[in-house]
Design a protein. Structure first.
Length: 353
């Protein structure tokens, strides 16, 4: 069984793709973003997968790749095209190479023109392909910097991407309108730049008159990506706040296990967001936990100290997850959700009041 997820980074409009083989548990990420590495690692963990590699389709100019950071976090290998000019990868691929993911694999097709090092990754059964910036949905990558060459890009897309079967789904590295996927058949017919009866001269003329501003992050992104995303200082950002052993979830929430709560040192606030009858009901409550029902939390946030860490508690962990969001919006920097709520607390035999 193939596991597939499409993830999005709003600041750069970048799509990151998770592809995994369920039987083996092996997974790869295509075009990860540095700032989203924690999110991506959380998803891999929650799906009970093992990240074996990160693949970049090219040296990006609008964001820093998460390849190096994910390698530090998970031990994954860094894969990029040999023609990219990037340093620090574990494997450099070229046209015709294959990248194994358990029993599945991706084939590498070189598709230069946006940059020299652009590649497209094609799933073994040609049901999907990851085109980077070579081919976008009803568009293409630009060709006015980073070794761009319009005629070369035209040939790459026509020969290496639009030569795939009609039904093959195409997933780009970016989309700025919220579109998510296209197909070979659609782009052959409807791509205004190189679909239909367009010739390379038509495409070159089109590309010469785009008049786009350079990406805002190009001065930072390109040098970093030529090192596979390794920052100048080479230090890994802190994976979690230091006040407690926390786990980051794909939902974007820090969680803390019940046993870890009993071992906390220092002035931590425990906040129970259930109703009063639940607080005093059969499940009991954690000793010293302050009762503030979820519906009242936004209005009573002033009763809590924003400079002290807070652990949010409810019956199962659902309402308290929402409570962490409310406190974060109110300016609380250190907030965690009690994993599994009072149900898990009781199941682990921890004391209640």
């Amino acid at each position: 069984m193939l596991v597939f997820r499409q993830l999005f980074d709003p600041p750069s409009s970048t799509y990151t793709y998770l592809v995994a083989d369920r039987a083996s548990g092996e997974a790869i990420l295509i075009d990860p973003v540095f700032e989203q590495a924690r999110r991506d690692a959380a998803l891999v963990r929650e799906l009970d997968l093992r990240l074996v590699a990160t693949l970049d389709t090219h040296v990006h100019a609008d964001h820093v790749t998460g390849a190096w950071l994910l390698a530090q976090m998970t031990g994954s290998r860094i894969v990029i095209a040999r023609s990219s000019g990037a340093e620090g990868a574990d494997r450099y691929v070229a046209h015709g190479d294959r990248i194994d993911v358990g029993a599945r694999h991706l084939a590498v097709r070189e598709t230069p023109g946006h940059t020299n090092g652009c590649v497209t990754y094609v799933l073994d059964d040609a049901s999907m392909a990851f085109t980077g910036d070579a081919l976008l949905i009803r568009g293409t990558g630009r060709t006015d910097f980073q070794q761009g060459d319009a005629e070369r890009l035209f040939a790459s897309v026509r020969e290496q991407i639009l030569s795939l079967p009609d039904h093959c789904l195409l997933y780009p590295a970016h989309d700025y309108r919220g579109l998510t996927v296209t197909s070979v058949q659609e782009e052959r017919r409807f791509n205004p730049r190189l679909g239909g009866e367009a010739h390379k001269e038509d495409f070159a003329g089109y590309m010469q008159h785009l008049g786009l501003a350079h990406p805002k992050q190009i001065a930072v992104a390109v040098p970093a990506n030529l090192k596979c995303g390794r920052p100048e200082h080479g230090h890994v950002p802190a994976e979690a706040p230091a006040w407690a052993p926390l786990t980051y979830t794909f939902a974007g929430i820090w969680e803390i296990a019940p046993q870890a709560v009993t071992e906390l040192q220092g002035p931590v606030q425990l906040v129970d967001v259930r109703q009063p009858d639940e607080y005093t009901g059969p499940l009991g409550h954690v000793r010293d936990a302050k009762l503030i029902p979820l519906g009242e939390l936004a209005q009573r946030v002033g009763e809590l100290d924003p400079d002290r860490p807070a652990v949010m508690i409810c019956r199962s962990g659902a309402r308290s997850a929402q409570a962490t969001v409310i406190l974060q919006r109110a300016g609380f920097a250190n907030v965690a959700n009690l994993t599994g709520g009072m149900l898990r607390w009781r199941s682990e035999g921890l004391p209640v009041a």
